[in-house]
Design a protein around this ligand. Structure first.
Ligand SMILES: Cc1cc2nc3c(=O)[nH]c(=O)nc-3n(C[C@H](O)[C@H](O)[C@H](O)COP(=O)(O)OP(=O)(O)OC[C@H]3O[C@@H](n4cnc5c(N)ncnc54)[C@H](O)[C@@H]3O)c2cc1C
Length: 403
């Protein structure tokens, strides 16, 4: 394949850039550039802007469901430019995870009811898969749903739910047939988090963002019409979603490029002895190595986008390969960013959200320091979320080497 962008792609890139210059609010861009994780308010605000101005809020969805109909290269360019400009990541659980599941497996009523509010940035979704005792071994999940008239009655617990306390809607896996083999008795439900019996408790994490939560279900009634597809067939929809999730998380190569750009910029301002840090041979050598590694990941992502995953050698393992390599790079690059600010590196800036706090404004140190430590801490988890690195290696070993 040819990696040289076509004239059309270049024109599209300019169109996206001028859109971002005109419509990305400066406070959102500041928080994105600093590395703070966007919460519900920022994510939905940006989704609303994308939808209202251009209908660009869910580029990868089928066109008939509200997607853009863009070619793979255009989707990639759009994502890259958004990252580089500091635009917040939209609500991934809604747009990238449950949205495509509803598009592919939802019925007409479900599509009409659930897709437009996601496109318009009106609801914030959270993902309820993991449980205590069912993370890597997801099929071991124990949350139950028992049919009672036109409802399911749900009991159990989810854990590590990202942005759990902010969720309006929750998609979750439940066991509907306890007698079947683990994967065969699972169903996929959509639940309004305001339903009586739902309790959401925050979990404090290392990055200080407090965006994780536990979700408890105590005799929660979920209408049968909120079942996706068929009862006990949820594992199939889950595999579809997990593959998308891994490819998505692994394919955050535009985020890696943003780190590299920041490293170059910041290391030009900081000094190592009598020269800028960027000219220090050891630092420059390490950066060059990382740049090559990111380039390799990026080429793999572009190949997938152009050829489709099934055409490539490795098929099922590709998402896992990207997840492993991508998450390792996230960790190396966020470490390097914090190293650049030297003595200020370990200083923790606890405010991920709304405005720069007085603490940040008064802090002596480079103005790019806030946010770096928070991002480093958050990225420690990227070899865990979306499936741990060990599990991805198991998948690769099985798919590629038959082990
Ligand atoms: C920041 C963050 C956000 C998350 N967000 C969500 C979310 O929104 N929704 C959601 O449902 N979940 C979420 N998760 C949960 C995540 O998917 C799980 O943490 C992950 O799947 C691992 O499961 P576990 O924590 O139960 O660890 P375990 O499965 O108990 O694993 C513990 C350790 O044992 C290793 N291990 C387990 N089995 C094997 C094996 N067969 N071979 C080799 N090693 C093995 C693992 O690699 C790991 O190192 C999130 C997690 C984090 C950290």
């Amino acid at each position: 394949m040819d990696f040289i962008p076509s004239t059309d792609d270049e024109q599209f890139r300019q169109e996206v850039r001028s859109f971002l210059r005109e419509h990305l609010p400066s406070d959102l861009a500041w928080r994105g550039q600093q590395g703070y994780l966007p919460g519900k308010e920022d994510s939905l605000r940006w989704t609303r802007i994308l939808h209202e101005k251009r209908g660009w809020s869910a580029p990868a969805w089928p066109r008939e469901d509200g997607g853009t109909g863009w070619a793979a290269s255009q989707r990639y360019i759009f994502e890259e430019e958004c990252y580089l400009a500091g635009a917040p990541i939209p609500n991934q659980a809604g747009i990238d995870l449950v949205g495509p599941v509803i598009c592919h497996f939802g019925n007409t009523e479900q599509k009409k009811r659930f897709l437009p509010p996601i496109l318009r940035g009106e609801v914030f979704w959270i993902q309820g898969f993991s449980e205590p005792g069912a993370g890597s071994d997801l099929a071991n999940l124990r949350t139950t749903a028992v049919r009672d008239g036109d409802s399911y009655v749900v009991n159990g617990q989810k854990i590590w739910t990202s942005f759990g306390t902010q969720g309006d809607w929750n998609f979750l896996l439940v066991r509907t047939d306890p007698t079947a083999k683990p994967q065969k008795g699972i169903s996929f439900l959509l639940l309004d988090t305001h339903t009586p019996g739902v309790t959401i408790r925050p979990i404090v994490s290392l990055d200080g963002c407090g965006h994780l939560a536990e979700v408890f279900y105590d005799n929660v009634r979920v209408p049968v019409e909120n079942l996706i597809g068929e009862e006990n067939k949820g594992w199939g929809y889950t595999k579809f979603l997990l593959f998308n999730e891994r490819a998505l998380l692994g394919a955050e190569s535009p985020a890696l490029k943003r780190y590299l750009a920041k490293i170059r910029r910041y290391a030009s301002c900081q000094r190592a002895g009598d020269r800028p840090l960027i000219e220090d041979p050891a630092f420059a050598g390490r950066l060059a190595q990382y740049e090559l590694e990111v380039l390799a990941i990026d080429m793999m992502v572009q190949k997938i986008l152009h050829q489709g995953v099934n055409e490539l050698n490795g098929g099922a393992a590709i998402g896992s390969m990207l997840k492993v390599r991508g998450s390792e790079m996230h960790q190396k690059l966020t470490e390097m960013l914090v190293e650049i600010i030297g003595d200020y590196g370990p200083v923790f800036y606890p405010s991920p959200a709304e405005e720069q706090t007085e603490h940040e404004q008064s802090f002596v140190g480079p103005d790019f320091a806030p946010g770096l430590a928070a991002e480093l801490f958050y990225r420690r988890a990227c070899t865990i979320y979306g499936g741990t690195a060990e599990i991805q290696r198991n998948i690769i070993a099985k798919a590629l080497f038959g082990l």
